[in-house]
Design a protein around this ligand. Structure first.
Ligand SMILES: NC(=O)c1ccc[n+]([C@@H]2O[C@H](COP(=O)([O-])OP(=O)(O)OC[C@H]3O[C@@H](n4cnc5c(N)ncnc54)[C@H](OP(=O)(O)O)[C@@H]3O)[C@@H](O)[C@H]2O)c1
Length: 259
């Protein structure tokens, strides 16, 4: 197709491919695009038919963004893609001194290199059709630094810089690249998933500091981000050609971006 719809048609001929749809933001993004008439390729490391309601416009495909073969098979099976949403990501909240090198590499493999590899995989078809959009989900932690997130923030800040440069070289081909920066979303599986990577051990000098940071992070009074906020921001990034380069998502992220 030559251009992306700017409103919510009953049924669209456009197709969005979203990474990391098994839970959290990815699931909400897939649901919103289905509700608004798009064809959705919902990708998951372990495909499950039951996480989204059945629809003739929904396909669930296997995808591990750290696996080149998996990316190739997924893109071949998906067919033409009008919008790519790089949402898959993993977290880590730990003092750098206690993080194993393979854990650091794992974060960058998924968050940074996975995003870049997926983008490379869809660009030829978008450039040839002179239409398309790539939306990369990073994080509001790149707007204001927080402790214990050095590796994670580095992996996401790299995607910010990557996307902003890429957008300039894609513009002559009418292909867009945009960023969505969610705030803290305790409602997803992100924290629990991140905790599983935080078993490397905390160096003794950091134990008290880490406890204080974790206690502050549990502060339920603070503004938070909901999955629906992220889905709406991604929808805008995809369908509104005038959307800004960076879209904060969630009350806390919007406040940070405006600060
Ligand atoms: N929640 C937050 O506070 C927050 C804040 C700002 C930004 N973000 C970012 O938002 C995105 C979504 O996070 P979320 O909160 O929705 O967390 P989530 O519920 O843990 O979802 C993350 C998704 O990424 C998938 N994934 C992980 N590694 C993958 C890989 N190698 N290949 C393909 N998929 C992979 C997971 O699939 P599996 O089920 O296979 O593990 C899961 O579906 C991430 O990029 C995260 O960094 C989150």
């Amino acid at each position: 197709m030559s251009s992306l719809p700017t409103s919510s048609p009953a049924v669209s001929s456009s197709t969005v491919l979203i990474t990391g749809c098994s839970s959290g933001f990815g699931l909400a993004i897939a649901q919103l695009f289905l509700d608004r008439g798009w064809h959705v390729v919902a990708t998951m490391r372990t495909p499950r038919a039951d996480v989204l309601p059945a629809s003739p416009r929904l396909r669930v495909l296997a995808l591990d963004v750290t696996d080149a073969g998996s990316i190739r098979r997924c893109i071949e099976a998906a067919g033409p893609i009008d919008a790519l949403v790089n949402n898959a990501g993993i977290g880590l909240m730990a003092p750098l001194e206690g993080v194993a090198p393979e854990t650091v590499r794992g974060i960058f493999e998924t968050n940074t290199l996975g995003t870049i590899a997926m983008t490379q995989a869809v660009l030829p078809q978008m450039r040839e059709r002179r239409a398309g959009v790539v939306v990369n989900v990073t994080s509001a932690v790149t707007l204001a630094p927080l402790p214990l997130l050095s590796v994670y923030t580095g992996s996401k800040a790299a995607v910010n810089a990557f996307t902003e440069s890429l957008a300039l070289e894609l513009a002559p081909f009418d292909v867009r690249a945009r960023l969505v920066l969610p705030g803290r979303a305790p409602g997803t599986r992100f924290g629990a998933n991140a905790a599983s990577r935080m078993q490397d051990g905390v160096p003794a000098p950091y134990v008290d500091f880490r406890e204080r940071v974790f206690a502050a992070a549990r502060d339920t009074a603070a503004a938070i981000t909901r999955s629906e906020d992220v889905a709406e921001a991604v929808w805008r990034a995809v369908t509104d050609a005038a959307a800004p380069m960076r879209l904060p998502a969630g009350a806390d992220a919007v406040a940070l971006a405006g600060a």
